[in-house]
Design a protein around this ligand. Structure first.
Ligand SMILES: [Zn+2]
Length: 238
């Protein structure tokens, strides 16, 4: 069984060696050093993203645009994340400004984006439409909780992949999983605790395999291949 973790907050030393591939997401400038550490190891198991999470917009430095650009320019294997919008956190206009700036940077450096979105898909789609072609090459919608009916459109138009943790009881999470094409599904632990990483990944993969009537090992292999397509933007296959 091949395990992949499309979205976590585990520094590489903490990570379970059973995981074939994981993506560490920074959330604010104070953890960019951990992301850079992952990037500088340059192995084919651990990848990382730098960005400002919508919960931490107060931590933005005055020259954060210059700083993040510099980090990306010197580390071609880094992605952009965790960025996004969250309606339960303060100052939506500022969140939008920081998110849009980071989208622009990801577009400029051609890096995939790891996106957090809670209750703000309407705003995100508005921003995407306004940007036209000025978009990152791929987007991972982490902990996707948007409208199942929009999944195919999001995949086709914006090259979005949909990352899931364990579905909650009730139909909405399973409806999203069922509506996601197999070649667009990712799984994630979203954890900073190494002890629970595998357990969380299993809790996500099991119901996905059932929903797609696929053998669990085959589903895990498909998810691995999906994550490799995201990684191919920062590590072209030789
Ligand atoms: Zn996260």
């Amino acid at each position: 069984m091949i395990y992949t973790d499309a979205h976590c907050h585990l520094a590489p030393d903490a990570g379970n060696p059973e995981i074939a591939c994981r993506i560490y997401n920074a959330t604010r400038p104070t953890d960019w050093a951990a992301a850079i550490d992952v990037a500088e190891r340059d192995d084919d198991r651990n990848f990382a993203a730098v960005g400002i999470h919508p919960w931490y917009i107060a931590d933005v430095t005055t020259d954060f645009t210059g700083e993040i650009s510099n980090v990306l320019a010197t580390h071609p294997n880094l992605m952009v994340g965790e960025i996004g919008l969250d309606k339960y956190h303060p100052d939506m206009p500022r969140q939008i400004e920081i998110f849009t700036t980071q989208l622009e940077i990801a577009h400029k450096f051609r890096r995939p984006v790891h996106m957090h979105c809670v209750g703000a898909w309407d705003k995100i789609l508005h921003i995407f439409r306004e940007r036209g072609a000025k978009m990152p090459p791929a987007i991972v919608a982490h902990g996707f909780n948007g409208d199942a009916g929009q999944i195919q459109m999001l995949a086709d138009k914006y090259n979005i992949y949909f990352s899931y943790h364990a579905p909650r009881e009730g139909g909405a999470d399973m409806a999203r999983i069922t509506a996601t094409p197999k070649n667009r599904i990712l799984v994630e632990s979203d954890t900073a605790n190494p002890i629970e990483e595998i357990e969380k990944l299993n809790a996500a993969i099991d119901p996905i395999a059932v929903a797609h009537q696929t053998d669990i090992e085959e589903m895990a292999e498909q998810i691995y291949q999906n994550l490799q397509r995201i990684i191919s933007y920062v590590r072209p296959i030789a």
